[in-house]
Design a protein around this ligand. Structure first.
Ligand code: ADP
Ligand code: MG
Length: 275
């Protein structure tokens, strides 16, 4: 038991147990007047710890904006975003930078590796810049899971696309962040390389307890997740637990047909359009 020194009571933790990140009324508006776009419209969503969530939806529905706002890379117009117990709007620029560095990992479609560094140097680069010593045991597990033991001294140009993206995933995991985001991380890969990257992401969830949120348009990729959230017009309209590619495809057709029908996504009264 810890004994607290006398003084004001410690603030109650705002964290909801088991929730890695959550939004409340998250709204993002770009532009104004004729160019005004509501990219996110009052989004309430939570990502559970140790869960792999896929985000799907038509182009322009707000998937990237959602990821960027939750990761602290973009600022909401209104509403709140919380990573663990930290409400992002309470942070100044410096604190936000630190949060992005220490508590969030991001994998982009482009691998964004530094060409002059080896695979291992790329993985540890963010921590080297931050002057932070890696948690050696964690890093060893991440590196062994990446499956590149004999290529860690290679430069990115000497690696295949799938291997480069696995290095980028390992880099995102290296600092042991609270949550890892991927925006179409397999978008530039052939299906076999994509499967290697998706397998690695799933293993990081299963074996390391990592929390992962990934945008994808590919039902096969979504099949690696524990849960799929479907967005349309800046808000979640449906979700599926334990997805399989076939079930995801079926629901996509259904949602697409409903939207094309002139029906509002999420309008439970419409059930037509199932093929
Ligand atoms: P998705 O990733 O699902 O394709 P985005 O989140 O990129 O969608 O975009 C959602 C909407 O916001 C789109 O209509 C897009 O054109 C708009 N948008 C995104 N970023 C900007 C920006 N920086 N300036 C203006 N509009 C933007
Ligand atoms: Mg996008």
């Amino acid at each position: 038991m810890t004994v607290r020194p006398a003084g004001p009571p410690a603030p109650t933790s705002l964290a909801t147990p088991g929730i890695a990140a959550a939004t409340s009324g998250l709204t993002k508006v770009y532009g104004s007047g004729d160019t005004r776009v509501v990219a996110l419209d009052q989004v309430d969503i939570a990502f559970r710890e140790g869960e792999f969530t896929a985000i799907m939806g038509p182009s322009g529905c707000g998937k990237s904006t959602l990821l960027h706002c939750v990761a602290g890379l973009d600022t909401p117009t209104s509403g709140s975003v919380r990573i663990g117990s930290t409400e992002l709007s309470t942070l100044n620029d410096r604190q936000l930078t630190r949060l992005r560095r220490d508590r969030v990992g991001f994998v982009f479609q482009a691998f964004n590796l530094l060409p002059t560094l080896t695979a291992l140097e790329n993985i540890t680069l963010p921590m080297d810049i931050a002057g932070r010593a890696p948690d050696r045991r964690w890093l060893d597990r991440v590196v062994s899971m990446v499956g590149l033991a004999d290529r860690l001294g290679h430069r990115p140009a000497q690696l295949s696309g799938g291997q480069q993206q696995r290095v980028a995933v390992a880099r995102a995991l290296a600092a042991r962040p609270a949550i890892v985001f991927g925006d179409e991380p397999t978008g530039n890969l052939d299906s076999r390389s994509g499967a290697e990257v998706l397998g690695f992401l799933r293993d990081s969830v299963r074996e390391l307890g990592q929390t992962v949120v990934m945008v994808t348009h590919d039902p096969v990729a979504a099949g690696y997740a524990d849960r799929v959230v479907f967005l349309a017009d800046g808000r979640p309209v449906d979700e599926m637990a334990r997805p399989t590619p076939d079930r995801v495809l079926e629901l996509m057709k259904h949602l697409g047909a409903r939207a094309g029908d002139g029906g509002r996504p999420g309008d439970g009264a419409r059930t037509g359009g199932l093929v």
